[in-house]
Design a protein. Structure first.
Length: 133
């Protein structure tokens, strides 16, 4: 099993801010494909079908924004093209207090997808980041 998406941290403080580095490691056969990191703050079950794949995110405003290319301003490289090895890197870097305080104690759920156009060829396993006060 290869999750395709890893993070260097399991939690981030919304008061202090910080950076979570994301590593996308799809198979080499995905080289050159478009990728996108998708986020959700709600429940993850039963999930959502995207491009023929069931991803472990339910439809919520965060997921809908990501699907339309609108990412949080503190998200960098959440979409682009995979390199020759099928890899990419992204980051989630909120500054102190940039995540609204009502999010404290919630979980940010992330999934990465890759493909061509609207056809998804790979979807990662769910990766969760705790939003600590």
């Amino acid at each position: 099993f290869d999750p395709f998406l890893t993070a260097d941290r399991d939690a981030i403080s919304i008061a202090a801010g910080g950076t979570v580095l994301l590593d996308l490691d799809f198979p080499a056969s995905a080289a050159g494909q478009e990728y996108r990191v998708l986020a959700g703050l709600g429940e993850n079950d039963p999930g959502t079908w995207i491009g023929g794949w069931r991803v472990e995110l339910n439809r919520d405003p965060a997921l809908n924004a990501c699907l339309h290319g609108r990412f949080p301003f503190f998200a960098s490289r959440w979409s682009g093209s995979l390199d020759a090895a099928g890899d990419a890197s992204a980051a989630f870097s909120p500054g102190p207090g940039e995540i609204p305080s009502p999010a404290a104690g919630r979980t940010l759920s992330l999934v990465a997808i890759s493909g061509v156009g609207r056809i998804v060829q790979y979807a990662s396993a769910l990766r969760q980041i705790q939003l600590a006060p």
